[in-house]
Design a protein around this ligand. Structure first.
Ligand SMILES: Cc1ncc(COP(=O)(O)O)c(C=O)c1O
Length: 376
């Protein structure tokens, strides 16, 4: 299993900070906002009411209903709460899904670059892996034609919006991927953890495509709840019982206080819209500024809080680039290697989860450093 380089960078940055150095963080994908008050208040009420016991393994019925209501009100979709499974983070959903659907002899297809944990969680199931290289030529999407280059997979996971590229899939690409996969007995899994963070146009949940599409989502990013460890997935009816048995054995139940807290998420919608507006402002600052510094951003990121930037112009391997940026400019960035192999040496990922003032300072530092080393 490969290390999660972003965490190693973060740990190195923390050591520098402990020595009194000031580092700008553009590496981690953690919301720079506190959890909204309505959620925290619901958690305090739950504690006072003694809601500290194991819950139903699939999640408390009120939360499954609330999530169903979210799809009804925000996506005009009727999803039965029976198909909604609450999990310990969306990471917990992937562990359950891959345990249920993968094994030796089966294959998981993933986007390269893509979110690294899919590949690493799949290793536990001992399945095969087919990374699908994606570039700006396909808008960083896994398009159906790219499936021609690999043996038919049992499972394809894509993130929409994507980490690390921030692109939002075109609806027709996802429908076509579903048709293509299901014709050959494959299953499409769409990770919508960043679906609350889309800055241009409407987001369409893949739960609208068909009941056999598996949608994974969660509270971490759009609700600034990373530490509460709460996610969910929508699965076809036939998969509920197998997943339930796994959930009972692997997790017993998702965290109880977090589930009661999440019941307060709906009431905090205004705060969430404000948060989304601030992320958009940061993206609109960062993309042109990075381009002016010589980074290439061929596809405009429309969601999440990431920019996947080309560093060809600087003639450095991305690992060397991020190490030097950290020690010489005191700016932490993630190397492309965290997201796969394709284009890994020539790309880095910027996160704009941190405050605008810090992003401005980070860019100023990078500019000074690049000038000093003769790259600007
Ligand atoms: C694409 C993607 N999926 C899932 C996760 C994990 O989220 P959770 O906190 O819900 O486990 C992350 C976290 O960075 C992510 O970027």
């Amino acid at each position: 299993m490969s290390p999660f380089y972003v965490m190693e960078l973060l740990e190195k940055a923390r050591l520098m900070e402990a020595r009194g150095e000031h580092v700008i963080h553009m590496e981690v994908g953690e919301p720079g906002f506190a959890t909204p008050d309505t959620i925290k208040e619901a958690a305090v009420r739950a504690l006072a009411d003694g809601k500290t016991f194991y819950t139903h393994s699939l999640g408390i019925p009120e939360l499954r209903e609330t999530i169903a209501r979210h799809y009804r009100e925000n996506h005009a979709l009727e999803i039965s709460p029976d198909r909604i499974i609450v999990t310990s983070g969306s990471s917990g959903a992937f562990i359950l899904l891959f345990a249920a659907l993968l094994e030796r002899g089966r294959t998981l297809a993933i986007s390269d670059p893509g979110y690294p944990c899919y590949r690493n969680i799949a290793m536990l199931a001992d399945s095969g892996l087919s990374p699908i290289p994606v570039s700006e030529n396909t808008h960083y999407e896994v398009v159906p034609e790219l499936l021609d280059d690999i043996p038919p997979p049992d499972l394809l996971v894509v993130a929409n919006p994507s980490n690390p590229t921030g692109i939002v899939y075109r609806a027709e690409t996802l429908s076509a991927l579903h048709d293509r996969l299901s014709a050959r007995g494959g299953v499409l899994v769409v990770d919508e953890i960043y679906s609350g963070l889309v800055y241009d146009g409407e987001f369409r949940s893949s739960a609208s495509i068909a009941d056999d599409v598996i949608v994974v989502s969660g509270f971490s990013k759009a609700f600034a709840m990373t530490g509460w460890r709460l996610g969910w997935m929508i699965v076809p009816p036939g998969l509920v019982r197998p997943i339930q048995k796994l959930a009972q054995n692997l997790f017993i139940a998702p965290p109880s206080i977090s589930q009661y807290a999440a019941l307060g998420a709906h009431a905090g919608k205004e705060g969430l819209a404000r948060m989304c507006g601030l992320y958009k402002q940061r993206r609109d600052f960062l993309v042109p500024r990075l381009c002016a510094l010589g980074f290439s951003v061929p596809v405009r990121p429309e969601g999440a809080f990431y920019i996947y930037a080309g560093i060809d112009r600087f003639g450095m391997d991305s690992m060397v680039f991020v190490q030097r940026a950290l020690s010489e400019a005191k700016v932490a960035i993630t190397p492309g290697y965290d997201f796969g192999a394709f284009g890994a040496a020539s790309h880095v990922r910027f996160s704009y989860a941190d405050r605008l003032e810090n992003l401005v300072e980070g860019c100023d530092r990078l500019e000074g450093w690049l000038r000093e080393i003769g790259q600007l």
